[in-house]
Every structure is written in structure tokens, then in C-alpha cells.
Design a protein around this ligand. Structure first.
Ligand code: HEC
Length: 101
């Protein structure tokens, strides 16, 4: 059963188990990783560079735990192949640039 193929980025908000700590990441490194692996879908959904997914009024992420969990789930489900420290870099970038928790 290939359940995971349909549970991509949009799901799994509750699982904070493997979440990397946002505070330890390096936003600059995170931007590079993010821009390579994460923009295409968001951009095709929303246009532009897709960043509106992080700034829309009804955005889903409300705190750093959820942010870390989402980045981790997206990494796993899109096959980006990041290490936990890479997840922390990307979460740090998204937090600095968009969420500002
Ligand atoms: C297969 C397409 C796809 C890819 C690739 C993708 N995403 Fe997403 N992402 C989505 C969709 C669809 C949503 C919106 C889900 C929703 O509204 O609940 C989303 C939402 C998000 C959100 C939540 C935005 C919010 O606050 O509401 C974050 C954070 C996120 N993605 C991060 C990433 C990261 C990091 C990557 C790179 C590893 C990535 N995404 C790659 C499709 C994708």
C-alpha cells in the first residue's frame, strides 16, 4: 500500500516526533535547500514564487513546533532526502523570512 504517496506535505501536522529544533538552524543554508526542493508545488498552486503558502491569512502553521513538524513531514514525503540539521535550517529560514514566531 502506497499510502504515503498521497500523504504528502498537506498532512501529518500532529507528528512532532522527529521535528528538528528551529532555533538551531541557519536560515541562509535553509534558503538554498528550500528553494531547490520546495517551491515548485507551492508556486504552481499559488503563482509567483509560492511563498504565499506561508503568508496566506488561513495558513496552517501557528508555532515553531508545527513548523518543524511540517518541514520534517514535507522532507519525508517529497523525498528531499534532508538530514535533521537540514530540516532545522529550512525551518529557521521559513521562520525568519515568513512566520516570525
Ligand atoms: C507535492 C507538492 C509539494 C511539495 C513538493 C512541497 N509542498 Fe509544502 N505544501 C503543499 C501543499 C498542497 C500545502 C498546503 C496544505 C494545506 O493547505 O494544508 C503545503 C503547505 C506547506 C506548509 C504550510 C503552510 C501554512 O502555514 O499553511 C509548509 C511550511 C510547507 N508546505 C513546507 C514545505 C517544504 C519545506 C517543502 C520542501 C521539502 C515543501 N513544502 C514541498 C505541497 C507541497
Amino acid at each position: 500500500m502506497k499510502i504515503l504517496t498521497v500523504l504528502f506535505c498537506g498532512a501529518l501536522l500532529a507528528s512532532g516526533v522527529h521535528a528538528a529544533p528551529v532555533a538551531k538552524g541557519d536560515p541562509k543554508t535553509g534558503k538554498g535547500l528550500h528553494d531547490k526542493a520546495c517551491i515548485s508545488c507551492h508556486a504552481s498552486m499559488l503563482g509567483g514564487d509560492g511563498s504565499e503558502i506561508y503568508t496566506r491569512a488561513d495558513r496552517k502553521i501557528q508555532n515553531t513546533q508545527q513548523l518543524a513538524a511540517r518541514v520534517s513531514a514535507c522532507n519525508a514525503n517529497t523525498g528531499a532526502g534532508w538530514f535533521p540539521e537540514d530540516e532545522a535550517h529550512v525551518a529557521a529560514y521559513l521562520n525568519q523570512q515568513y512566520y516570525k514566531f
